[in-house]
Design a protein around this ligand. Structure first.
Ligand code: ADP
Ligand code: MG
Length: 243
């Protein structure tokens, strides 16, 4: 294992068995991301980006290979412990903001804290919303907010528990260009300020270009940026463990 990698994948595969046949959604991917670094994953629709991000974020265990976060192999943890890592140490931003419509902006952010059993999180939630330019909207409901404002609430929710890793799947994909740029600015600023590691999926080259490193995927594999990805990962062993 590379010393100190925030995220490390060692020949990770995810296979889905469907009535139509077997899909190797992620096919032997190795990569390492340093703490505090930012990595963009790009590639055409269906190439496995979301599946890969789900493996990195511990949403799903891989079919083969190892996923380690901060040197701990989460792919081997029992589901309950993996849930705990996900809840406490990872912040998620998705394309759709997934805000609960019957809760205010502040309450939506607080949901993440109550999941973590933190009682004194109200101030932190409000302060974070204010930092993200939503001081006047802390008590607004999602349907009173614009798309860009809602996505900023989602960013606040992803950051409020001070995760060491942020994973974002097309976080600006549903926003117009101008709003997307502003939301990405805020996400990157918050990531840098907190020192968290960021792994972000996007099919937009301009978004990918804003991050420190970029890898391209095709058919479940890393198609470009792989040399850099491998150089930081485990010495490559010939052959792949997948069946
Ligand atoms: P991307 O995010 O790059 O569009 P995905 O990771 O969503 O790609 O999907 C990669 C491949 O895996 C696609 O062929 C998709 O249809 C398939 N796939 C994704 N999730 C599932 C699932 N839960 N069951 C079966 N097939 C899936
Ligand atoms: Mg996707």
């Amino acid at each position: 294992m590379s010393a100190g990698a925030a995220v490390e994948l060692d020949r990770v595969s995810k296979r889905y068995e469907t009535p139509a046949g077997v899909i190797e959604a992620v096919d032997g991917v190795s990569l390492a991301v340093a703490p505090g670094a930012s990595l963009a994953i790009t590639g055409p629709s269906g190439c496995g980006k979301s599946t890969l991000l789900g493996l990195i974020g511990g949403l799903d265990p891989p079919t083969a290979g190892r996923v380690s976060l901060g040197g701990r192999e989460i792919s081997r943890l029992p589901e309950r412990e993996r849930d705990g890592v996900r809840r406490h140490e990872i912040g998620f931003v998705f394309q759709s903001d997934n805000l609960l419509p019957f809760l205010t902006a502040t309450e939506n952010v607080l949901v993440q804290c109550s999941l973590n059993g933190e009682a004194e999180a109200l101030d932190r939630s409000r302060a974070l919303l204010a930092q993200l330019g939503l001081a006047a909207e802390v008590d607004a409901y999602p349907d009173q907010l614009s798309g860009g404002q809602r996505q900023r609430v989602a960013v606040a929710r992803a950051l409020v528990h001070q995760p060491s890793l942020i994973v974002a799947d097309e976080p600006t994909g549903s926003l117009d260009a101008e709003t997307a740029t502003a939301a990405l600015d805020l996400l990157l600023e918050a990531q840098r300020a907190s020192g968290a590691t960021l792994v972000l999926v996007t099919h937009e080259p301009t978004v990918a270009g804003r991050l420190e490193r970029k890898i391209g995927m095709r058919d479940g594999r890393i198609a470009d940026g792989s040399a850099a990805a491998r150089a930081k990962a485990e010495p490559a062993t010939p052959g792949s463990p997948r069946a």
